[in-house]
Write a protein that binds this ligand. Structure first.
Ligand code: HEM
Length: 256
């Protein structure tokens, strides 16, 4: 219904609204979880074309949208979106007349208002289309500590299938080491080997947590890692974020 409405033919990618189909969870420092829906609202407003306009534009310039976005960024007119959250409890969700884990349902803002929390600005075009666009791997499973999943069945399908496709599309299990996908901070998770490995890990441990490589990270020889391990160990991670996401926390520990 949304796609067939006026919203289905945006005037520009800079004027397109985005909102998560899925319900995720936010987990606070005490390990308490709330459901969350993410919303992106364009600063330029939401604008659409009518059918006849879209047909003429597409006939004259099939690259219209891509060119529009590129030209605006080159001209310094950076497109901007406001990030808003709809946060609600499981008890609230139980009281709704629809299933919040049904991807075809929106949560009315009268029930849960959208709270603005941040913004996204696109301020640079790619320098190299292949290296930065073709090789990028987005995946619904890649979340930062503090964000967790819900039982949304469509989300469950996406969590495993994107990685699966990316392993093939990007040439092997180490596609996270391609520059556009690699984190800026070093990661010491003891994962190793496989096709197209870019790093040269030392030691023999290939899993975490472990007792042979100092818990985690030591096998990579990072001098600062033991210090970090002491101040932010697995127990702390579990206490802060719960068992389910503690394993992910130690992977990104150097960024915290
Ligand atoms: C509302 C639901 C969905 C949305 C909005 C969505 C969106 C997308 C987007 C934007 C991409 C491109 C990602 C990229 O460029 O790396 C993509 C790729 C893909 N999607 Fe979905 N998708 C949805 C549902 C699903 C489901 C349910 C599955 C499978 C069970 C699935 C499987 C895939 C796969 C395998 C790829 C290719 C990944 C890759 O090679 O990078 N998607 N999807």
């Amino acid at each position: 219904m949304w796609v067939m409405s006026d919203r289905g033919i945006p005037r520009s990618l800079r004027m397109i609204q985005g909102f998560g189909v899925h319900t995720f969870r936010l987990v606070n420092a005490a390990g308490e979880a709330h459901f969350v829906k993410f919303h992106w609202k364009p600063k330029l407003g939401i604008h659409s074309l009518v059918w006849d306009e879209a047909v003429k534009i597409a006939g004259a310039d099939a690259d219209f949208h891509r060119r529009d976005l590129w030209d605006a960024i080159e001209a310094g007119e950076y497109p901007e979106w406001e990030l808003g959250l709809q946060i609600f409890t499981e008890d609230q969700a139980e009281g709704f007349s629809f299933d919040v884990l049904d991807a075809t349902k929106l949560i009315p803002q009268e029930l849960v208002p959208v709270t603005p929390v941040g913004r996204m600005v696109l301020n640079r075009n790619p320098d190299n289309f292949f290296a930065e666009t073709e090789q990028v791997a987005f995946c619904a499973a890649h979340v930062v500590p503090g964000i967790d999943f819900s039982n949304d069945p469509l989300l469950a399908g996406r969590i495993h299938s994107y990685t699966d496709a990316q392993i093939t599309r990007l040439g092997g299990v180490n596609f996270h080491e391609i520059p556009i996908n690699a984190p800026l901070a070093p990661v010491h998770n003891n994962q190793r080997d496989g096709l197209h490995r870019q790093a040269i890990p030392r030691g023999k441990v290939a899993y975490e947590p472990n007792s042979l490589a100092g818990g985690y990270g030591q096998a990579c020889g990072c001098p600062s890692f033991m210090e970090l391990t002491c101040s932010f160990d697995m127990m702390t991670a579990k206490r802060r974020y719960g068992n389910a996401i503690a394993l992910r926390v130690n992977v990104t520990v150097e960024k915290t």
